[in-house]
Write a protein that binds this ligand. Structure first.
Ligand SMILES: NC(=O)c1ccc[n+]([C@@H]2O[C@H](COP(=O)([O-])OP(=O)(O)OC[C@H]3O[C@@H](n4cnc5c(N)ncnc54)[C@H](O)[C@@H]3O)[C@@H](O)[C@H]2O)c1
Ligand SMILES: [Zn+2]
Length: 387
């Protein structure tokens, strides 16, 4: 356990009914004249953009839309959007989308200056400084990117996804409006929900876990373990969807206060090289890595069971039984949500194993958080298990 810890978070978060209306008040209070609105074609196609657009219009601000962003973009794709944004002279950013849109917008908020671009931040994230305030509206539940100081971009030449971390990218305002995830397609709700689940369980078992991260990781885990299936299966389950949004937000806070572990570390090359969606690659690795970690974090997993299992008759009594229950619950969720559990359907050949191990072992930023040390042989065995 660390002896000192901190938690930096957005200035304000608005949730519940009509949360979106707060945008109008924020813009008016800040006397904002020009707004850059980041989104993507999927969000616009789903008819979700009109809600924030109306809120901006109601404030009387001029706005223009930046929506030319692929999912899980490379740093070059983000830079292209940033260049467009810089020419606009906007004095505030509103970003409405999943992690891809929010991360691009967070980078833009520190990139108005000509001193550095996304590539330079990959080399030296410490250079980032806040240039314009930012309002984030997540449409998945989710990455927690609305809370964290992280922005993740693909680096094609390394066949890896890389996280840029700087607290100047923490959002000023967050809007958690359940209407944004009401019609989220089931497969995206499932993958992004399991991403949030991974954030909570990894942060709770992380070497960097501390009282601040534990608070949010456990509450987030409780919400997800008891709501994710209904939230994904039933389009009308607004209470459960809202709980998933809050849980994803808590997962982001847990990341900010501590850090994810080997699930996320080993997942990065799967996104970078094979373009497997972030939530899916985490789902594939979640149970195998937690089983590998179990001897080193049994007590924590048992504590998670005590806190999150609300069955009328709790049948587990020993720590070993409790931690096994949590891991089997993770497996059950991934199976129920029909997320792939192996790399087979992504055409990853056995001959790529060496490259995967090499790339995964580069993610020391997260591997150092893992409760059980991960050697290259361990990484190989874990990848082999899911091939
Ligand atoms: N910054 C962080 O702290 C952090 C944490 C975890 C993951 N990430 C990153 O976030 C990215 C993944 O984000 P994501 O999982 O939210 O997905 P995403 O943003 O990549 O979106 C995936 C697809 O879903 C569509 N979509 C999103 N919301 C929708 C909705 N409500 N209705 C219909 N379609 C919708 C998008 O248009 C897109 O096509 C990855 O790059 C990942 O590395 C960042
Ligand atoms: Zn994640």
């Amino acid at each position: 356990m660390l002896t000192s810890y901190n938690l930096k978070m957005p200035h304000a978060v608005y949730g519940g009914d009509n949360a979106m209306d707060n945008i109008t008040a924020i813009l008016k209070a800040g006397n904002v004249k020009r707004v850059a609105m980041f989104t993507d074609k999927g969000i616009c196609g789903a008819g979700l953009f009109s809600l924030p657009e109306e809120a901006v219009k109601a404030a009387g601000a001029e706005y223009y839309v930046l929506d030319d962003l692929p999912a899980e973009p490379s740093y070059m794709a983000v830079q292209k959007l940033v260049d467009e944004f810089k020419a606009s002279g906007a004095d505030l950013i509103v970003a409405c989308g999943g992690g891809s849109v929010m991360d691009a917008a967070k980078l833009a908020s520190v990139l108005v200056t000509d001193e550095y671009g996304v590539k330079e931040l990959l080399d030296d994230p410490g250079r980032a400084k806040k240039c314009v305030p930012i309002i984030l509206i997540p449409t998945t539940a989710g990455t927690g990117a609305e809370v964290t100081p992280n922005a993740i971009v693909a680096v094609p030449e390394k066949e890896l996804k890389v996280g840029i971390v700087n607290e100047n990218m923490i959002a000023d305002y967050v809007i958690l409006d359940a209407r944004m995830i009401k019609n989220l397609p089931r497969s995206i709700a499932a993958a992004t929900g399991v991403d949030a689940l991974a954030h909570c369980i990894e942060c709770f078992t992380s070497n960097k876990a501390n009282p601040f991260s534990d608070l949010y990781a456990l509450e987030g885990l409780d919400l997800i373990l008891n709501n994710i299936e209904k939230a994904c299966d039933d389009p009308e389950a607004m209470t459960e969807k809202n709980r998933m949004q809050i849980a994803a937000y808590y997962g982001g806070l847990a990341i900010t206060a501590s850090g994810t572990t080997a699930v996320h570390a080993l997942s990065y090359p799967l996104g970078g090289k094979y373009h497997i969606a972030h939530g899916v690659s985490n789902a594939i690795l979640l149970a195998p890595v937690m089983r590998f970690n179990e001897p080193a974090c049994r007590e924590r997993l048992a504590a998670a069971y005590d806190r999150c299992c609300h069955d009328e008759v709790k049948t587990c009594t020993t720590e070993a039984e409790k931690s096994a229950w949590i891991i089997s619950r993770l497996e059950q969720i991934v199976k129920h949500l029909n997320i792939p559990v192996s790399l087979k359907e992504f055409g990853v050949p056995e001959s790529d194993l060496d490259g995967l191990v090499e790339a995964g072992m580069q993610v020391q930023r997260l591997l150092v958080n893992n409760p059980r040390p991960v050697t290259p042989e361990d990484a190989r065995a874990l990848y082999q298990e899911v091939l």
